[in-house]
Design a binder for this molecule. Structure first.
Ligand code: C5P
Length: 234
């Protein structure tokens, strides 16, 4: 059976390679994430091509004035997406407009996910932006804005997933990137966690990119992550 909880981020520039990788991994996972590099190189066509291999999570972290975002969600709804990210830094009104557009144009199929604080940032980065709250507090504040504006899903690091579920909204869907197997390279991610930590924290979906896409044998690496997930269940 395919694992629904593990989402592979196809963070590649070459559209052809992304489709080949999706083909290879599609017997094992249901959903693929398309981020900026792939979307800019392959456009809507790559989403349509990948849609034949599985469900699509389009990770554009939309951030603009409410009118623009509402129209962007309307246009993107045509792609039959499962998930689409918006940045919570866009504020309450932007989120409300996005939620309304998703309801109207995807007939509630599309689940909008609010991105809190990127897992590549740490407290020193927030300080330099003038944000004096801790990462946890900042994530909670942003999450609250999103939920009050009608979002049913969020992206947050595993470390913050538990806090969100315990303190804010137990039923909210939390998607966590920044995952590594023990001993694996962190790359530019600062707030990383293991698969078990994320699941323990209540993460509903786990996003893994470079550990799989950059592995000499991506399928073998995917299977290691899947084994980690199945070990947690038992
Ligand atoms: O390669 P790696 O596993 O670090 O990739 C994590 C993926 O999750 C990337 O595609 C990145 O865009 C995404 N992401 C993130 N932090 C967020 C939201 C999304 O790392 N807060």
């Amino acid at each position: 059976m395919k694992e629904d909880r593990l989402i592979v981020a196809l963070d590649l520039v070459e559209a052809k390679k992304a489709v080949q990788l999706a083909e290879l991994l599609s017997p094992y996972v249901t959903t693929f994430k398309v981020g900026w590099q792939l979307f800019l190189s392959g456009g809507q066509k790559i989403v349509e091509a990948l849609r034949e291999k599985g469900e699509i999570f389009l990770d554009l972290k939309l951030y603009d004035i409410p009118f623009q975002i509402s129209k962007a969600v309307e246009v993107l709804s045509r792609l039959d997406l499962r998930f689409l990210t918006i940045s919570l830094f866009g504020g309450s009104q932007m989120v409300k407009e996005a939620v309304k557009a998703a309801e109207n144009f995807s007939f509630n199929r599309l689940l909008l996910l609010g991105v809190t604080i990127l897992t590549s940032l740490e407290e020193a980065d927030l300080r330099s932006m003038g944000i004096k709250n801790s990462t946890e507090e900042s994530v909670l504040r942003l999450a609250k804005i999103g939920i009050e504006a009608g979002l049913k899903g969020l992206v947050a690091s595993p470390r913050e997933a538990r806090i969100i579920k315990n303190n804010l909204a137990p039923g909210v869907i939390v998607v966590t990137p920044g995952l590594r197997l023990t001993g694996e390279k962190h790359s530019d991610q600062k707030r990383v966690s293991t698969v078990h930590e994320a699941l323990e924290a209540g993460a509903d979906f786990l996003v893994v990119g470079r550990p799989i896409t950059a592995a000499p044998d991506p399928l073998e690496k995917l299977k290691l992550y899947l084994e980690e997930i199945s070990r947690w269940q038992t």
